[in-house]
Every structure is written in structure tokens, then in C-alpha cells.
Design a protein around this ligand. Structure first.
Ligand SMILES: O=C(O)CCC(=O)C(=O)O
Length: 256
């Protein structure tokens, strides 16, 4: 079921129940098309200014924590429509984990294969993390929208899966290969929310335009650092956070 909204006031208990059961929810028009276009332009500037985190990756170009480098992207990452709905869905106090701009380039990008996000994160003591994936241009199936496996957030003990390997998730949990899959195309300004353990993938971009998505990730405010290495290790250390500490400080603000 979709939510048609500009803010958290329109979200009903039914939407929350649907998110809890399936592990994802599509929200139409979480930002306006005009806002999406402004953020898309800021995304282009960002790509022209900053380095791709992993230039050898084939699935997408990735820019982590755009919000700390760009005042415009910060407006998106801390957008009240997004943080308020995230808080309502998670039903716990949240803090920002990080954002990342994910751009699939025309024709050359490969699919982002099925994976769960949470096994990638150096997190303990938080079981309600979620991502908001906002489309900054129209993202039909052919441009690389996301597909989800309903209920897969119930698998909370799987090892990290390889998002470049189509068989990785299913080698760990063969039953999931036979479950329903839900593909959710997005117009510019729409988004999907997904739980940190909901299995998801995105198709290759076979169109002539970039696919612009920004994933904004929130974690329980109680989340502690496991000490494992991550793209954000420098920011974690700079914040004075050591193994076993609760996240906090300027890079990990409470939201909602
Ligand atoms: O944008 C993509 O291709 C994948 C995004 C993703 O895996 C995520 O936001 O968790």
C-alpha cells in the first residue's frame, strides 16, 4: 500500500502496520518535483566536486555524507517530511547514520543485487534502522528502481551479502528465492522506506539518463559502535566514539 503525502500527518496506522509486516513502504511526493530538481542539480554539482567513494564499483557511483559537504543536500537529508515519517515508522527515537548519493550511469551500470543493509553496519543495540531512498528524477524499472522481498526483515542473523553477486543472499537463505518480490517505480520526489534488514535490489540503468537516488539512513538513538571498520570510521573516531559507545555528536544527530 502506498502513502500519498507531503508530511507525517497523512500517515495512518495502516501504513505503519504495512511497513512493519512487509519491511518497506512507498511514499508518493515526500518532496515536491521542484525540490527534487533542485536537489538533482546539487547532486550533479556534488559529483563534479567530490570523489566517487569506490570508482571501481559497477553498480553505482557513490558519495557518502553529502549533507556534511553541501548546505543544499543537508536540507534533503534533514528534511522534516522524511525524518518525521521515518520516526513514525521506526516507532523509536532515531538518529542519522549517514546519507549517500547513488547514481547509476546510463547503460554501463550493473544491477545492485539482493542484500540486506544492516550486516554492513558496525552497529549493536538497535533493531529498527531504516533507509529512505528518494528519487531525484523519474526512476522506472528500466532506470534502476528497487525491488523488495516482503517480510525478509525477519531474518536477523544472516552474514553480510555481496551486492555484486546475484546468488549471495539466496546461498545464505535459499527459501527467500521463492518468495514474492515487489518492484516499486518512483517518480521524482517519491521515495521508499525500507527496514535495515529488508532484502532489496535495483536493476541496471538501461535508459539514456543517470538514475539519481539519495539513501538517507537512520538508526535507533540507542545504537552502539561495534568497532568494525566502515566508510565512516574517520567520522566515528573524530566524534570520539569508541567500541561499545552510543553514537552521537555532530555527524550522528538525533532526528524526528
Ligand atoms: O540505489 C541502489 O542501487 C541500491 C540502494 C540500496 O541498496 C540502499 O539504499 O540500501
Amino acid at each position: 500500500m502506498d502513502l500519498f503525502t507531503a508530511n507525517a500527518n497523512s500517515i495512518t496506522d495502516e501504513h505503519v502496520e504495512s511497513y512493519k509486516k512487509n519491511g518497506f513502504l512507498r511514499v508518493r511526493g515526500i518532496i515536491t518535483k521542484e525540490e527534487a530538481e533542485r536537489f538533482r542539480k546539487a547532486a550533479d554539482e556534488h559529483m563534479a566536486t567530490f570523489k566517487d567513494r569506490n570508482p571501481d564499483a559497477k553498480a553505482f557511483r557513490q558519495y557518502v555524507n553529502t549533507w556534511t559537504d553541501s548546505e543544499t543536500m543537508k536540507e534533503l537529508t534533514l528534511h522534516p517530511n522524511i525524518t518525521s515519517i521515518a520516526s513514525r515508522l521506526a516507532a523509536v527515537k532515531l538518529r542519522l547514520w549517514h546519507d549517500h548519493l547513488l547514481v547509476k550511469q546510463p547503460k554501463t551500470s550493473t544491477p545492485t543485487q539482493f542484500h540486506q543493509d544492516q550486516p554492513y553496519w558496525p552497529h549493536a543495540n538497535g533493531s529498527n534502522p531504516l533507509s529512505c531512498w528518494v528519487a531525484l528524477n523519474d526512476v522506472p524499472v528500466e532506470r534502476g528502481c528497487m525491488t523488495f522481498i516482503p517480510g525478509s526483515h525477519g531474518y536477523d542473523d544472516l552474514d553480510r551479502q555481496n551486492l555484486n553477486d546475484a546468488g549471495s543472499l539466496f546461498s545464505l537463505m535459499p527459501d527467500l528465492a521463492w518468495d514474492e518480490r515487489v518492484t516499486l517505480p518512483l517518480h521524482a520526489g517519491d521515495c521508499t522506506f525500507h527496514h535495515g534488514r529488508t532484502a532489496h535490489m535495483a536493476n541496471a540503468n538501461v535508459t539514456d539518463e543517470n538514475r539519481y537516488g539519495v539513501a538517507i539512513i537512520y538508526m535507533d538513538a540507542t545504537t552502539t559502535y561495534t568497532g568494525t571498520n566502515h566508510a565512516l570510521t574517520d567520522m566515528i573516531k573524530e566524534s570520539g566514539i569508541s567500541e561499545g559507545d552510543t553514537f552521537g555528536g555532530k555527524y550522528f544527530p538525533e532526528v524526528g
